[in-house]
Design a protein around this ligand. Structure first.
Ligand code: CA
Ligand code: CA
Length: 80
């Protein structure tokens, strides 16, 4: 049996994604704030200026509530 069980909807399922989210959500409140997002970008090696970081954060925070929740993170991750 070499087939991998993989017939799941994306986003929810990926353990890798959950681990990544938990890692960047430093205070564990289930949301990534701008400060946490900056650390995430740094870890990914993105050398962005402050305005570029703000733009990237805004683009990821699709519902505009000022934090990145798991769904938004998943969509961004999928895109990256
Ligand atoms: Ca947080
Ligand atoms: Ca949001």
């Amino acid at each position: 049996m070499l087939a991998r069980p993989d017939p799941r909807p994306q986003a929810e399922a990926s353990p890798e994604l959950r681990i990544a989210f938990a890692r960047y959500d430093e205070d564990g409140d289930g949301r990534i704030t701008f400060g946490e997002f900056v650390l995430l970008l740094a870890e990914l090696g993105d050398e962005l200026s402050h305005p570029e970081k703000l733009l990237a954060f805004d683009a990821t925070d699709t519902n505009g509530d000022g934090v990145i929740d798991y769904d938004e993170f998943a969509a961004w991750w999928d895109d990256a």
